[in-house]
Design a protein around this ligand. Structure first.
Ligand code: CU
Length: 169
């Protein structure tokens, strides 16, 4: 089951009512009561190959929920990754195959080192555009997210505990 959710094979032909994409900052939970998207940003990608979406999710219910699938109609694939630093100080990314959103919790991807890696964008995006994701939760169902593209560098440096290390030594 670890691999099955990565590509979000839950396409039902788009029967859900998700036509009000908007171009601004509106974020709408289509039919996922209980899980809300508080924020969704993505740095302007340097290419169409990769983009890293930062989300802030909130579970307002009394039960834990779990992300079971994720996909993007704007890209070939989407998957949750966790950024880490290995013992040699190199940055690494690991696919997150079991993302739990505990009851009454908030998950800030940027603060936790998570991002949604979107690969193979179908179009070039610029600041102000959106990249759409569909998150499928075990309990809450499908959640549509329109992540706003921001100037390069701004979405990834939102961590409030990061320090600007200009001199490595
Ligand atoms: Cu990644």
């Amino acid at each position: 089951m670890a691999g099955s959710w990565l590509f979000g094979c839950t396409d039902d032909g788009g029967g859900h009512d998700a036509n009000n994409a908007g171009t601004g900052s509106t974020l709408e939970a289509v039919d996922a009561p209980g899980v809300m998207v508080l924020d969704a940003r993505v740095d302007e990608p340097a290419s169409e190959d990769l983009a890293a979406v930062r989300l802030e999710l909130q579970n307002t219910t009394d039960h834990d929920d779990r992300l079971v699938a994720i996909s993007s109609p704007d890209a070939d694939s989407a998957a949750v990754h966790r950024s880490d630093i290995d013992p040699d100080g190199r940055a690494t990314m690991t696919p997150v195959t079991d993302l739990v959103l505990p009851a009454h919790s908030r998950l800030d991807f940027a603060a936790e080192g998570f991002h949604v890696m979107v690969e193979g964008l179908h179009r070039t995006v610029q600041p102000g555009d959106t990249i759409t994701l569909f998150l499928e939760f075990d309990q809450a169902g499908q959640l549509r997210v329109d992540a706003t593209v921001t100037e390069a560098g701004t979405a990834l440096t939102h961590d409030d505990d990061h320090d600007h290390r200009e001199d490595p030594n």
